[in-house]
Design a protein around this ligand. Sequence first.
Ligand SMILES: O=c1[nH]c(=O)c2nc[nH]c2[nH]1
Length: 447
Amino acid sequence: DFSVYNAIMKGTLVHCLSLHKDDFQLWNDAIVGVSEKGTISFVGNGCDVKTLSEVYGFSVDQVTNLGRKFLIPGLIDTHLHAPQYAFTGTGTDLPLLEWLNRYTFPIESKYADLQIAEHAYTKAVKRVLSLGTTTGCYYATIHLPATKLLVQIINQLGQRAYVGKVNMDRNSPETYVESTENSLKDTEEFIQYCLASGEEGKRLVTPIITPRFVPSCTTELMTGLGRLAAQYNVPIQSHISENCDEVKWVKDLHPECESYTDVYEKHNLLNEKSVMAHGVYLKDEELQKFADAGAGISHCPTSNFQLASGVFNVRNALDKGVKVGLGTDVAGGYSSSMWESIRQAMNASNTFRFGREFNSVGYREAFALATVGGAEVLGLGERVGNFWPGKEFDALIVDPFVEGGPFDVFEWENEEQIFEKMVMMGDDRNIESVFVGGKLVAGTSKV
Ligand SMILES: O=c1[nH]c(=O)c2nc[nH]c2[nH]1
């Protein structure tokens, strides 16, 4: 059991104080102190190590020198489906609604079997941790026992997470559907199970209410889930406006509502604790409702490209004051790597400037979306996302010079260029250590 409690590290620190591109900070020779609780006690300039050692009461030889390795915040995946991990990178030939019926529902229905769940969930969580995802916002399946098991696995492996038991009581296959009553009962039991697993503030896993999307939930179910969300003061996640056929279907199902956003709003499922995935086809008035409600969007560009859903305009949403984070959306997304999501977010944003003024999300902003952006969307802005003192030490040690790594570094390149290469070309070979709350959860630590 390795940890960096009570440790002091010197290295190149890269993080973002906010989503604004001027709030990107890269400090050569930074010093980061981690408390005995695994939180960040201070951040300073390595040139002042002597003064810092007097102020914070450590001895200079206690400092671990990481050399030219980077110290960066852990990545935050605001949308992924744990049961779909097993078929990531396959089933790339169908649009959303056909893809759900052909590939997704048959696989998810297998998680009634706890052996399958244990095997696949363990692989999924280990994989995303090794890629540097320190917080994941997960969908499980409709099955209560397997969803509880996912919580246990995440707790054992030490990841920070939101986990939702999926709710589906209409328009679903016979083998993968539940009654409204059972759906609500199991959801409440799941919430209580998670909340009982540890004290607020110390628990790694938070329960999240998870109506799959409007087409698979009746009004009665959505109303009940809105009530549970309020009663237990827990977050909510769902999908919204991902694909044209889906948007049209929701319009047909709910002629009484003005928009897709309005359906969630009318069922008390749109508030400052909501994380809605995709939002590709949201109209400006709907984005305004998001901004007014303080609801967040999980932008999942890898998935939007793979399922040919459409392209979300991040810049427009940010300009409207909407909170945005990034998600892999495994397995709509072909990669469980948040590094891929960062790159695809840049590509997605570039499509809006073909032949026009340069206004895309660059690598600094995309990195910010994957860290501070995700933290805000999940309501964890006070606890994770960057190296602000007092926050949890959810961090990665990244080695851009690793033997056999995915890119080369040249003598004339400066630290920012090297970091840019990491963002654009890096992978788990470069990730030496992954810490959650100061605890080593993947990789090896030489600290
Ligand atoms: O990308 C997606 N993945 C899913 O599993 C899903 N369910 C509803 N809508 C969805 N979109």
